[in-house]
Design a protein around this ligand. Sequence first.
Ligand code: NAD
Length: 483
Amino acid sequence: MTLTAQPKASHFIDGAYVEDTAGAEIEVIFPATGAVIARLHEATPAIVEAAIASAERAQKDWAAMRPVERARILSRAVQIIRERNEELSQLETLDTGKPINETRYADATSGADCLEYFAGLAPTVTGETIPLGRDMVYTIREPLGVCVGIGAWNYPTQIACWKSAPALAMGNAMVFKPSETTPLCTLKLAEIYIEAGLPPGLFNVVQGRGAVGASLVTDPRVAKVSLTGSVATGRKVYAAAAEGIRAVTMELGGKSPLIVFDDASVEDAVGAAMLGNFYSTGQICSNGTRVFVQKGIKAKFLERLKARTEAIVIGDPRAEATQMGPLVSRMQAEKVAHYLQVARDEGATLVTGGSMKDGLYVEPTVFADVTDAMTIAREEIFGPVMSVLDFETEDEVLARANGSEEGLAAGVFTADLARAHRMVAGLQAGTTWINAYNLTPVEAPFGGVKRSGVGRENAKAAIEHYSQVKSVYLGLGPVDAPY
Ligand code: NAD
């Protein structure tokens, strides 16, 4: 894998790469070595203007096309992504530092799944007819217009696909701003869309930090904003969108509970807890970072967890054998190091890990005897740091699991399926799993409740968030006016 990934230019607008060197520089770092792999420029107001204007122009003709024609183009993009999976996975690894043996299976491939799903769904979306005796109403599901997508850095390709696939399938255009930390993959997606036959302007990419995102959100031509990011950013973007009464989807952070009852399979529960804390070096929004373990199973659970965690292969994400790469940036590494110290200071028991390693690496870490009041049980860390908390009864754990201001996800491990269903019915979370964790197939709606978000991505639910219903009243008789 070569250590350079300089794109032809920073932005992709109206079917072509565009540069404006007046924008502030963004250095793109390969987190494993610190090497600068690309230098980009933030979008200037002129770039933002060009992106929105071209999206607005292109959207009208796109919306007028038959859904099967739109679907055919998206399906071609699916094919190209699959054919180029290796190249796209290598770029994702350079951009994020995630191991090649993750990116090959979880990134471009899941983006392709998403496009395939919405290509299939697009031609099936219909309105309804509502009989009213003599008269009737029919409904039309219309696109919203120009949508803005703003991404987090952990899954750049997947996030861009989860937003653009339903948007495009429903006849919208999208202007997408990737995270300034991982800005490269989305440019490849823009290239692929054009190669697949997507008319220019329907998927434009502009680079930049928060201020560029903010300028997109408040543009009067923008109908909808979909953000994946932290709760703090979500609050700002939601408020800015509200100024213009714009539709939003907010995919934000969480502090999700994973509950393991005494009767669960220890190996399965340990495996799920590891996936839900260590995959992508713990940088996943839906991670089950509060692992509640019933007292009777605690000793066995911790013993297996420690053994399996210590066998994780940490290293250069380009190496085939690597199971965990570095954190994405120095800022993220400093944040994780801070929480490792706070956990010790507040009296959590270190089971394994706990240290930063050279550069941006951190050992996969487990703390036990964590209490609800401890900082690591309340704040999102976004690194491979698992908190294990003890519990005794079902009622107790349900109340404690729900005692968070966030509600993105939750999981339950038990052999008692009646209890499992009882638990998920009571859990305040948008996405839940029974005897599984962190699987997010495109067929299933994904999103959060409480401060974790608004709206849903994926599945048929996403259609609602990228279209609006027009109601058409059809008068079929004389007008009965009282005047
Ligand atoms: P972040 O909130 O710092 O940034 C997210 C994006 O918002 C970036 O592109 C950033 O440039 C942009 N931004 C920042 N300020 C803005 C503003 N005022 N207006 C418009 N855009 C602005 O998040 P991050 O650090 O990139 O990602 C990590 C966070 O994302 C975590 O909290 C994680 O839980 C969350 N996340 C959520 C999901 C989900 O689907 N729920 C998925 C992945 C990550």
